[in-house]
Every structure is written in C-alpha cells, then in structure tokens.
Design a protein around this ligand. Structure first.
Ligand code: NAD
Ligand code: TDX
Length: 331
C-alpha cells in the first residue's frame, strides 16, 4: 500500500508516520508537509530512511496531483490547528483547512484514490458542564472559533464530494490529543515546559473548561481501523472517555513534577472559549471493535512529562517565540 500522509511532520501526523513505519512493513509512506512553525523534521528522524518526505503545500494543485496520482490512500492531517492563532489571524486557517482540503478532494476524485479526513470534535461546538449527553455523529455542527469553523467547512466539502462525485472517503472527529511531539503552544506541553523552565503554568479564566483527553497513539490506531474497516461516507467519532477540567490537569502536572499543585496563575480567558467537549465513541467500539490502550490518563501524562524532560532540544528553541505570542495576547 502506498500512503500519502499530509501534515506528517506535525504532532499527530508524525506519531502516525512513526507508528506506521515501525509496525507495518508493507506500507510505503510519503509525507507532504509545508513545514510551517508546527512541522518539524526532527519528529521524523527515527524513520527518515523509510519515509519519503516532500516539502510542499496542500494548496499546490500540481504537486498534490502528482503525489495523489502515485498513492493508493491519502490520510489528511495537515491543518492550521491552534484556536488562539485563529483568533489572532484567521486567514491561514481558511487557506489551509478549506482550500487545502478542496485541493486534495479534487485530486482524489480525479485519480480515484481512497481518502481519510482527520477532523475534530470542535465542529460540534460545546456542551454545558452539566449536560448528560455527549457528541455523536448526529450532533448538529455548531463551531465557535475560526479554527473550528474552517474544520467544519472542510468536513462539509468531504461529505459533498462523497455524495456528488462518489469519492471514496471516510471522516473522523477526535477529541483533544496528548503525547510526544505536540507543539508547545498547546495546553499540556505549554504547562510542562513552563515548569521545566521555572515559570508557572497559565490557566485561562477559572480553568473549569473540560476537554476529553485521548493519547495520540490511540487516535492513530483508530484512524488505521477506519482505513481498514470503515464504511465509505461515514463519520466516526474517536474518544477515550477522558473528560477532565483544565484546572485538574494543571494540578496533576504540577504534582507529577514534584511541585505545589496550587502553584499556577490565572490569565485572561480565550474569547469564545468552548466550555466542554465530550465524545461518544461507541460506534468505533461496537462496530469497528476499536478500543483505546491508554486508559490511565495519569500514567500517559507522566510519560508525556518524561518525554518533554528528555527531549529538550526538540522544543526549547521555540519557547521564547511561543511565549512572546501569548504575552502579546495577555495570556
Ligand atoms: P499540528 O499543528 O501539530 O500539525 C499540522 C501539520 O500540518 C504541521 O506539520 C504543518 O507544517 C502542516 N501544515 C500546515 N499547513 C500546511 C499546508 N498548507 N500544507 C502542507 N502542510 C501543512 O496539528 P495536529 O495537532 O497534529 O493536528 C493534525 C490534525 O488533527 C488536524 O487536522 C487537526 O485539526 C486534527 N485534530 C487535532 C486534535 C488535537 O488535539 N491536536 C484533535 C482532533 C483533531
Ligand atoms: O495556556 C493555556 N492555558 C489554558 O488554560 C492554553 C494554551 C490553553 N488553555 C486551555 C484552553 C482549552 O480549554 O486548555 C484547553 C486546551 O487548549 P488547547 O491545547 O489550545 O486545545 P483546544 O483549544 O481544546 O483544541 C485542541 O483540541 C482540538 C487542538 O488544539 C485542536 O487542534 C483540536 O481540534
């Protein structure tokens, strides 16, 4: 199988490429990545001999056509992925998430190539803290931020290309991922690296917002299960029953790193901040027989802390720029 992985140098994509190269000998992997601030060659250093890496943009029609025509499957991870950045400057989100997805869809349509679209639970908007329901594939779309609205738009394009043109596509909407190689602008790595450098973790607002955490490797085993057994046109929700409020996560990180669990600061809240995400992943479990492996969040978090402690050279050159961006936002 020849697989084209867009965004394969980012957080989830690089974990997908590393795991695939390690465990699936018959798969020929090509990565297409623009190496924005979020992409890193060093995330692929363990597999660089086994993987072809192409630096390029998913909106480049000629390049996308060339790479898609030589592939059996496309797995589309590439995106602008950070909500805070989308509030500061939405345009790259429209360009990459909407036009980029459109460009890939036109290519897989032309060359009749199987396509999997990686999306987010944020397309469903948010839930109240006391809402007993969770997101399902029947929950109406109601995105809040420029980021989530462009992901929602890209999902709609995929569904239309399936129905109108018979494109062989599946979709997945996953909850918040954590694990190695996540950019330090994101919540968990930002707090771990702050503590490693002697700074205090920063909690937006009161910190009562809830995220439904899943280990990145579990997300990726689910993507493989969908590629192998999913039904064309279907949307699969991926989650691991990992709901926790942000303040509890910060306290756990501090405790696991041997610090006072109350030693964090409250900073200005994110505008339009979604309150709670929660995924009902029973279709993945009951129909596709997928189950998450990392069911103990505390253990997964400890391993993630150890990874950032042991791989300082992977992140420390980015830290000043990331914190300068936050400081400009008051966060
Ligand atoms: P990331 O920001 O870490 O990585 C994105 C990658 O895409 C980077 O390597 C970047 O260089 C590349 N890229 C960006 N624009 C590009 C372009 N125009 N052309 C080619 N490459 C480009 O993101 P991530 O957290 O790994 O997320 C991957 C996917 O998973 C995204 O589609 C995201 O919406 C989705 N997702 C993420 C999460 C999460 O918790 N991180 C949860 C659910 C879904
Ligand atoms: O310093 C911080 N302090 C803080 O309290 C940061 C960076 C975040 N937060 C809060 C905001 C959120 O409630 O932590 C929570 C998680 O924040 P992010 O890591 O920015 O993730 P989120 O906005 O939930 O979106 C993530 O999950 C869904 C990914 O970035 C998206 O790509 C994915 O689609």
């Amino acid at each position: 199988m020849r697989i084209l992985v867009t965004g394969g140098a980012g957080f989830i994509g690089s974990n997908f490429v590393n795991a695939t190269a390690r465990t699936r000998g018959g798969v020929e992997i090509t990565v297409l990545d623009a190496f924005t601030y979020a992409g890193s060659r060093s995330s692929l250093s363990a597999v660089c001999d086994a993987v072809k890496v192409v630096e390029g943009d998913i909106t480049d029609v000629a390049l996308v056509n060339e790479l898609v025509s030589g592939s059996d499957v496309v797995v589309h991870f590439a995106a602008e992925s950070h909500n805070d950045n989308s509030l500061a400057d939405p345009w790259p989100f429209v360009q990459t998430n909407v036009i980029g997805t459109y460009t890939l869809l036109e290519a897989v349509r032309r060359y009749d190539v199987r396509y999997h679209h990686v999306s987010t639970d944020e397309v469903y908007g948010d839930l109240a803290l006391d809402d007993p329901t969770k997101f399902t594939d029947r929950t109406p779309y109601n995105p809040s931020s420029p980021y989530s609205s462009t992901k929602a738009a890209s999902d709609m394009l995929v569904r239309a290309w399936v129905r109108s043109f018979g494109v062989q596509a599946t979709l997945s909407n996953c909850s918040n991922n954590y694990g190695p190689y996540q950019h330090i602008e994101k919540f968990i790595p930002r707090q771990i690296t702050n503590i490693l450098l002697g700074a205090r973790p920063k909690l937006y607002g009161a910190g009562k917002n809830v995220r439904d955490w899943i280990h990145v490797e579990d997300h990726n085993t689910a993507v493989w299960r969908i590629l192998e057994s999913g039904s064309i046109g279907r949307t699969y929700l991926i989650g691991a029953n990992g709901e926790l409020d942000n303040q509890s996560v910060v306290r756990m990180i501090l405790e696991l790193m041997g610090r006072d669990p109350g030693d964090f600061e409250h900073v200005i809240d994110r505008p339009g901040h979604d309150m709670r995400y929660a995924i009902d992943s029973s279709t993945m479990r009951d129909e596709l027989g997928w189950h998450p492996h990392y069911t103990n969040f505390r253990e997964g978090l400890q391993a993630t802390i150890d990874w950032y402690r042991d791989n300082r050279n992977w992140w420390e050159n980015d830290k000043d720029a990331v914190e300068a961006r936050y400081q400009a936002q008051g966060a």
